[in-house]
Design a protein around this ligand. Structure first.
Ligand code: GSH
Length: 222
């Protein structure tokens, strides 16, 4: 079987997205630690990540950049178990939620909340921007919860089955867990139950436990 090497670091939500997909498809891989802001990087990463961003996946001698492209590749190369439903409209809906999570959700939960709460001091050597944290908590996250509440009509986001949508949305919601931010079940009952349901799945419990341990080892109060 062709070897898989993932270049990246656990705190990245885009790396988590790929790790969850690899776990879902039960694929073994090696994780080579790359922190984008650390100038010391493996030569293979420097040569094959044109943007310098993580994650980067090596599939044998080939390199694939960008988490969405990597997930698309994994779905084509390893079709079972499937992340996309067979129905084209359901598949498009799953891809939409993955896109929403990778843009709108990551900006709020990753950029404004997690990065400011934890990474600012530990990695960027500066004080957190409280205005960004407040924006995320008071405006952006409630808006995301309200949207998701309107979209949840079964246990999962699309086609009453676990899909790409739940993998990526659930993956981004792990940022809230790390930040100890809970969804108010009185305001958003479906979302609160959904978060508990998805995060109780074995691929999520494993990654949440691993990340918690790693982030604590960096000195973060997770
Ligand atoms: N669209 C990219 C975004 C990846 C991304 O933004 N990675 C961040 C870490 S979470 C990074 O490498 N940042 C460093 C930089 O932008 O120079 C993907 O989905 O893989």
């Amino acid at each position: 079987m062709t070897s898989l090497i993932l270049y990246g670091a656990e705190p990245s939500p885009f790396v988590r997205k790929v790790r969850l997909a690899l776990a879902f498809k039960q694929l073994d891989y090696e994780l080579i630690q790359v922190f984008p802001f650390n100038p010391e990087k493996p030569q293979a990463f420097i040569d094959n990540s044109p943007t310098g961003q993580i994650p980067l996946l090596a599939f044998g001698d080939d390199y694939i950049t960008d988490s969405s492209v990597i997930l698309n590749f994994l779905e084509r190369e390893y079709p079972e178990p499937a992340l996309l439903p067979k129905d084209n409209i359901a598949a498009a809906r799953a891809m939409w939620f993955a896109e929403y999570a990778s843009s709108k959700m990551v900006a709020a939960l990753g950029g404004h909340l997690f990065a400011e709460m934890y990474l600012a001091r530990a990695f960027f050597n500066r004080e957190p921007l409280q205005s960004d944290i407040d924006l995320a908590l008071n405006e952006e996250i409630p808006e995301i919860f309200t949207y998701l509440e309107t979209q949840l009509n079964s246990n999962y986001l699309v086609a009453e089955q676990f899909t790409l949508a739940d993998l990526v949305v659930g993956g981004m919601l792990v940022l809230l867990k790390h930040c100890k931010v809970k969804c108010d079940a009185n305001k958003w009952p479906k979302v609160a139950a959904y978060i508990d349901r998805v995060h109780a799945l074995p691929i999520f419990t494993k990654i949440i436990d691993e990340e918690t341990e790693i982030l604590r080892s960096y000195g973060l109060d997770i």
